[in-house]
Design a protein. Sequence first.
Lengths: 309, 363
Amino acid sequence: MAIAETQVYMPQAPQPRFRLLEDERWLAFMLLVPTMALLGTFIAYPFLRGILLSVTDARVGVPGDFVGLANFYKIFNDGIFRTSVYNTFLYTGVTTVFKLALGLWLAMLLNRNFRGKAFTRAFILLPFIIPTVLSTFAWKWMFDPTFSVLNWLLYHLGLITGRINWLGDPELAMISIIIVNIWRGVPFFAISLLAGLQTISPELSEAAAIDGARPWQRFWYVTWPLLLPVTMVVVLFSVIQTFADFQIVYVMTGGGPANATHLFATYAYQIGIGTGLLSEGAAISLAMFPVLFLVVIIQLLYIRRVEVR
Amino acid sequence: MGQVVLREVNKFYDSVHAVKDVNLQIRDKEFVVFVGPSGCGKTTTLRMIAGLEPISSGDISIDGNVINELAPMDRDIAMVFQNYALYPHMSVYDNMAFGLKMRKFGRPEIEKRVRETADVLGISELLVRKPRQLSGGQRQRVALGRAIVRHPRVFLFDEPLSNLDAKLRVQMRVELKKLHLRLGTTAIYVTHDQVEAMTLGDRVIVMKDGVVQQVGEPLELYNQPANKFVAGFIGSPAMNFAAVTVTEANGSLIAENSGMRIKLPDETAQRLRGYIGHEVTLGVRPEDLTVAGAADLDRPCFDAVIEVVEQLGSEILLDMKVGEGVMVACVEPTARVKVRDKLRVAMRPSRLHVFDARTEAAI
């Protein structure tokens, strides 16, 4: 009886070969397969190969034998590696502070109403849209000791008397790449924070104004706490990107002068590909992992907390 | 004290003239309501009083001091927003305390005032909650609390009840009225709902296209609307209008169109002496129409055909065809009527309104 009735209400039962897809667990699995295949091929597999490589003494043309943690031991005693670690933290820390401050400032400006708002918003994105290598080459010319437009400008403003060797001096070279990274990263902060600002109802600011809050207090007590979730996500993304940055340093200084501006990525490249010590290069790359892993954990925990709230 | 005076106030947005020459004296302790359709300038006027919009020209003063250039915080006003505008990251307590903290009140004083106000509004239990954990009605109370706790000179309300469901709205309306009677603070209230305006306002200001149409007590607007717009806007269901031509016959005035020919009562006729041969707009409220009985023979009457019968229980609304026009009558629930009935409808002679056909002003 019951079966007969069911058939009456379900005249079109699914064909047998699609029946599995009616089960949500199977459907979910099937939908995940393409992504898993891509991530597995291009991320998980190279990552595991990197780990395997880092515990051998493989060089270009030499498969290598298992050497345990010898590579790691070696790099921790390597002065250039230590400089790279210091540089990477400095580079990430300083640029993130400036990118956040300038990005927030720009976002607040762009959140106001003015003529040509749409155009300006699009224009702001330019450093972010131009391929990094191209824009970095342009910067390299601007910092060139002979042809530097910056030197020309400073000289004609009467601020300097001689040429500044931007990329030839270790400290100035570091400052230069930091400037370029800030220039390139600010649009991402500005646009993301602008999107965050636009989700905050202007009525809240008006209510606070009537409640007696001055502009700075309105920002501190109302806007900033509400913008914090977006800010956290943007900062963490940026930290990950900057920590593993390669292009700007590679094009601007190549890690020089005298290995003074190497970051993890550029030093790993120089040792692994440039010198051909594949296993040591892999070890340097992997040394980034604990820090990035920590950042990702913080990010995930924070996002979950915001979602639960 | 909380006396608010608007003198020749104008607001321009680029080429749009949003508020035109508003003159108004709001007395201390008064509850005034701005009412009108969307875009009539009522909210803009309120925001100019609050200091959220700059005033293009004219003056606004509170207790005799011009406040045009004062920042909102220095005007000693409090505002309740349409969407409540509660700070989502703060608890109810902190929401209410925020204004006091900004004004550097001491902690014990803040605590005392917040608890007192929460008591009055019946939200003492909610003080530790965040706004998103509250229902619409509770949020409304918190928004009210945030305004009341500061003891401002003037309350400003921007359509505070429009996000509540119909039942809650009626309930909150009564509470607002009670609250005003208790606190006695001057209140300026904006709404598009004429029922809210009529029930809450000591005086009501009807606006349209940035122009004040009429200012008066609720019954004054209902009984003596200054023009056709006010007549149609105040009262529900809306007043019926019919374009009629005024003629003279046997010494009395007749108003007629394709569907009716009525002898105007003397009192109305007096005012229409100058309009003989001209067209005017006749206005009569649905509640001033009755199904004509034997006693109504001396009243102005016309014939109508019923198109729709709306049973409301306490009364019946009849949508009727009268000549080429339509009219609504609000009749006793005992009336025996059905669709397509032809019937004779009588008007209460003392309740006829007439408006100039061109200027729409009441005659």
